[in-house]
Design a protein around this ligand. Structure first.
Ligand code: HEC
Length: 687
């Protein structure tokens, strides 16, 4: 069943009340105790974030008969990445450009649309981040929604109407929010991102859900000691940084995984690395640079520091630890232990005691990695390999595995099945060339994206089953390219995963054998969810893989398909059909003549990278997805308007930033030559 793309708020309001949104008390208790079978109110199902369901109607035997039950076209150009949440007969979904929706869980019919009314112009980073949203949280009668222009909303679950709105961060402080809010204990926790810029400090804010009242803020890295420390934790952290760190470093953004642990009443914050990336440029002195690349546990009531673990202290490779953690109760040496499991970008798998943060076994690598030989159990620190420290090498460069842009495992959730005792992780098996060079778009280290593909090395996305107790791989399935979707494990003995190339598949949880597959013309990045409605198990997934990376790296994701944005539901009783796929790639038209001068185009390429055009229009102008046009298809009229577009704010209302402070008038012909050159190359190279 499809719905018109432009479902207005007025139509949505008319529909409200046509279904019973169910009781709210149930949803609230479900969050704490583990979701009821007809509820999936939080990203990982419940606060444990296991992405596991005890439903087994769809199982190893019956899965062959799994069919599309319904689909809903979602009115967004930028794709979806959030996990479909279900509460009281509605499916809740988050989108870019400030949108959120509720759809009927039985039919897919839209019940309401929320529009945060994003107002451009916004600063560069917010203008980029605002196109992406990794999800919502449902708590009782509230739907919590964050937007890339640094706002957090509480919406009424039944009507989609705003109850309160706060502004946790400042877009003028080079910040955006792309992650989903997390909830627990009547509170909502929200982090932010600075996109590895090294500008500013990351932090997490907590608000009371019932009132929107601000409860506390936890800064991830220390500021200028001259201004005083916010907490003893910041004073402690300041001792682990190099001299005058506050003048040249920043980071620690908690941009995704934030987990409330109901067993300990701690909030576990996953943090990003320090920037600039090269330790030399930060003046790092070998300290841990707390609390970057770490899991930090703070008290839910006060935000007070309790414990931390640094996964990659003194980082030079951008190995963030923002990936969402999984909570579980495991039998270790005959004793039930409350544990926290994590697989950050650096390639190791960690099992921590949830109360103390102590490592419960020796972490092992989930992919090939060459930056650390092992984790020293006496210190908890990695034992570093000299050759990957490009900042100390005579050549100033190194090839590093896993690749520092996406890491071994990104934000795409892993799942844990208490039935098999295994963790199912979408991993990226690839490396990257890194070198310190001037004029690079990341400010210091030069990243040759996905080096290994061009050089015959690994460039793969695998699905692995990992035994957290034995720290051992149980099976590994080659899935495709790096960067595939999050996973869902079920008591039916299945693991579900979507792919960016447009496949939704089920694998046997015990062997990895593929037992079911569905093809669609949209990529999938978010994890699926599952509920039982009227005695039928439904598996839900959001398609149209809109992420900040797919905007930036579109050329490296050939085959990666963004849209159309759709919500899909599958059941054993399903009988719906998708419309025929669209033509994925439209041919390039003949660009305006004459062909540009190569030297001028090369200069334009530098201006393009320096100005951050690649963030939205893709590396080498080979992107442009969703709400951002592809520059290689620009027409002569707009090409001639380049001065007004770049330095006159012509398209700022649609989110194309004004670059009058960054780009000089005399640089515009060079940019024009570069865009034209890329257009001519694309036109010639097509078959
Ligand atoms: C934050 C995202 C973002 C960044 C960064 C960005 N753009 Fe854009 N750009 C857009 C959007 C969105 C549009 C579409 C505006 C519209 O629909 O009117 C656009 C439109 C354009 C167009 C018109 C294209 C056409 O076919 O009509 C040109 C040219 C352009 N951008 C060039 C650039 C250049 C050069 C840079 C770097 C200096 C840049 N942009 C940086 C988002 C961005």
């Amino acid at each position: 069943m499809a719905f018109p793309v432009a479902a207005s708020a007025a139509i949505a309001l008319l529909l409200v009340g046509s279904i019973d949104f169910g009781s709210t008390a149930a949803a609230e208790t479900a969050v704490e105790k583990g979701a009821k079978l007809d509820e999936w109110p939080l990203i990982g199902g419940n606060n444990y974030e296991q992405h596991y369901s005890s439903l087994a109607q769809i199982n190893v035997e019956s899965v062959a008969g799994l069919k599309l039950a319904w689909y809903a076209d979602m009115p967004t150009p930028d794709g979806l990445t959030g996990i479909p949440l279900v509460s009281g007969n509605a499916v809740y979904q988050s989108g870019g450009l400030g949108k959120a929706w509720a759809n009927d869980v039985r039919t897919g019919k839209q019940l309401w649309e929320f529009d945060a009314q994003i107002r451009f112009p916004l600063p560069l980073l917010a203008s980029w981040g605002v196109r992406v949203s990794r999800g919502l949280a449902v708590w009782g009668d509230y739907v919590l929604k964050a937007t890339g222009d640094c706002r957090l909303f509480a919406l009424d679950r039944r009507s989609g109407k705003k109850i309160w709105e706060v502004t946790p961060c400042d877009v003028n402080d080079h910040k955006t929010i792309t992650g989903a809010p997390r909830v627990g204990d009547g509170k909502v926790f929200i982090g932010n991102s600075n996109a590895d810029s090294g500008i500013g400090r990351g932090y997490v804010d907590a608000y009371e859900i019932a009132t929107g009242k601000h409860l506390w803020r936890f800064y991830v890295i220390p500021g200028d000691p001259g201004k005083g420390f916010e907490s003893p934790a910041m004073e402690m952290a300041s001792k682990t940084w190099g001299p005058k760190y506050w003048e040249r470093s920043g980071g620690g953004s908690p941009w995704d995984g934030i987990t409330y642990d109901p067993r300990t009443r701690l909030v576990l914050i996953g943090t990003d690395g320090p920037a600039p990336f090269s330790p030399k440029l930060r003046g790092a002195n070998g300290g841990d640079e707390l609390f970057t690349n770490a899991i930090v546990a703070v008290k839910a009531d006060t935000g007070e520091y309790v414990w931390h673990y640094s996964t990659t202290p003194g980082d030079g490779w951008n190995f963030a630890a923002t990936e969402p953690v999984v909570l579980a109760d495991l039998q270790i040496q005959g004793r039930k232990r409350a544990v926290v499991m994590s697989a950050p970008k650096n390639g190791f798998f960690y099992v921590h005691d949830a109360f103390s943060g102590k490592l419960l076994n020796e972490p092992k690598s989930i992919v090939y990695q060459n930056w650390a030989s092992r984790i020293d159990m006496s210190t908890g620190h990695p034992v570093l390999a000299q050759e990957t420290q490009y900042w100390n090498n005579p050549s100033g460069s190194a090839i590093v595995f896993p690749n520092p842009m996406g890491g071994a495992h990104g934000w795409m959730p892993m799942s844990y099945s208490p039935k098999t005792g295994l963790v199912y992780i979408p991993v990226m098996d690839s490396g990257q060339f890194l070198g310190t060079e001037e004029g690079s778009s990341v400010g210091d280290a030069r990243f040759d994206v996905y080096y290994s593909r061009d050089h015959g090395g690994r460039y793969e996305g695998d699905l692995i089953a990992w035994d957290p107790l034995k720290q051992k791989e149980v099976w590994r399935k080659k899935i495709g390219r790096p960067y595939e979707g999050g996973t869902l494990a079920t008591a039916g003995g299945l693991v579900f995963q979507g792919r960016t190339e447009g496949e939704f598949a089920a694998y046997r949880a015990d062997t990895g054998e593929k037992v079911w597959s569905f093809t669609l013309d949209s990529g999938i990045l978010g994890a699926p969810s599952t509920v039982e409605i009227d005695g039928q198990q439904l598996v839900l997934v959001a398609a149209g893989s809109g992420s900040t990376s797919s905007i930036l790296f579109a050329p490296d994701f050939e085959g990666h398909t963004i849209g159309p944005a759709r919500l899909l539901a599958f059941s054993l009783q399903g009988s719906a059909k998708l419309p025929p796929p669209r033509d994925k790639v439209q041919p390039f038209g003949k660009p305006p003549a004459p062909e540009p001068d190569a030297t001028l185009a090369a200069l334009g390429s530098k201006v393009y990278d320096r100005s951050g055009c690649d963030l939205c229009h893709g590396a080498n102008a080979q992107g442009g997805v969703g709400s951002v046009p592809e520059l290689r298809r620009i027409d002569k009229g707009h090409l001639d308007l380049l001065p007004q577009i770049l330095r006159g704010g012509l398209f700022t209302a649609a989110g194309m930033p004004d670059f009058k402070d960054e780009i000089k008038p005399e640089e515009i012909p060079a940019l024009r030559a570069f865009i034209l050159q890329q257009a001519w190359t694309a036109y010639r190279q097509q078959k």
